[in-house]
Write a new protein. Sequence first.
Length: 537
Amino acid sequence: MSNAVPAPAHSLDAVVIGAGFAGLYMLHRLRGLGLSARVLEAGDGVGGTWYWNCYPGARCDVESMQYSYSFDEDLQQEWTWSERYPSQPEILRYINHVADRFDLRRDIQLQTRVQSAVYDEARRLWTVSTEQGERLEARFVISAVGCLSAARVPQMPGLETFSGRWYHTGNWPHEAVDFSGLRVGVIGTGSSGIQTIPAIARQAAQLTVFQRSPNFSIPAWNGPLSAEAQQAWKAEYRQHREKARTTRSGILYEYSTRSALSVSEDERQAEYERRWARGGANFTHAFNDLFFDARANETAAEFVRNKIRGIVRDPAVAALLTPTDHPIGTKRICVDTDYYATYNLPHVKLVSLRQDPIREIVPQGIRTECATHELDAIVFATGYDAVTGALERIDIRGEGGRSLAREWARGPRTYLGLMGAGFPNLFTITGPISPSVFTNVVVSIEQHVDWIADCLKHMQDKGWRHIATDEAAVEGWMAHAQDIASKTLFGQANSWYLGANVPGKPRVLLPYIGGLGNYTAICDEVAADGYRGFQFA
């Protein structure tokens, strides 16, 4: 039995977990309130999702001019993007620029993974413990862990016997990985798979893609972003930002006000063609009922299916790549560069795991029911335990020692996605049942951080040190969110939006589907009404 004495706790006003977009901006706002804060980051660099996801082809599916901070006008004007859709290295350079520009690094502690956070009711303090044995005490804990940061490697028998190298797109090495001349297997055809498959195909001698479920993808038509185009956008940046915050997704898409069923077939096809030619996720806003009416959705889905059949030359391969099991957009719509065309290359092979499931990993590769595929490297593009996973991996104990993971065993329960009952002074930026992954997440991050900072300022003004919510507020919010979700088609897809990619995870629509603009208005009303649903002391 050890007699070691725990290291003394450092006392702070706030501990922020995570140094991505959310953690950096939260630190900036906390400093502005005169509060002492420290950001704890597991990686050895800032960037969050964009630090870890450095796989070949990694790129954002929101356009560069919109996927950035809006809180500082000089920052908006000074940064120059090179492409329509920003690549991972460029986003990471931008985040590092922000960390330096606002002198944030002195309050960021890298290579520090949080192990637990325990609330002391008598002292109204959180004790945060790290895997290195450090203990910090803080009045507030603010989670900035991100929605897509808990990489999930499926449990595959024999993985430890594989004689080659294996990787996960969500935890990629920071040194260059060269697949030249290698036989590579990619497992997964979600967003990261669809991005990395064409990039790996340009290097590998042989590429075998193992697909469980085909996905809909829209071409990005990515390209250089001219100085003229950027300057025109920057000239009206403030107006663009204000308008984006009122939209469903926090993105200046072209949102249609027409039903897909209210126009003729020729008009409908012409609109889909126009959206396809423009590229990007704007396609799913071609008509206003695509997420609500199955017949309307099918018109868009069949348009994309026909595009796949037209791109992929082998009809049998095209059939395997054509989704028929979910409405378009109810799984995250993907945005790609040459994804479907990659299957026309002679050294690229597609294996349908529905027809030929994986049995085990063997030293020489992957053995499916029908064959052994010899491989030098395996890439898992198998996604994340999304939205809740990163939080539940931390041992968080609230009032009465209640465990957050246990409280959420049947699905997360929050008020506004900002706080759970029984966990005072614990805020969750883009937490479950907030718009988060249904939006331009940088806009959602800024909305949450600003709301939290304004709330803390309100507490300062009143001399309060404690904020909590209760079951009644949580129950009301959950009922409202579920009511809206039930009116959409999202329940018809086995997607990570519902946790369906993680065996045993409760089937709950994790983001709030009511739209960012509506959600922001609700949050503002709650604050204006004396922070309705919250209790202070």
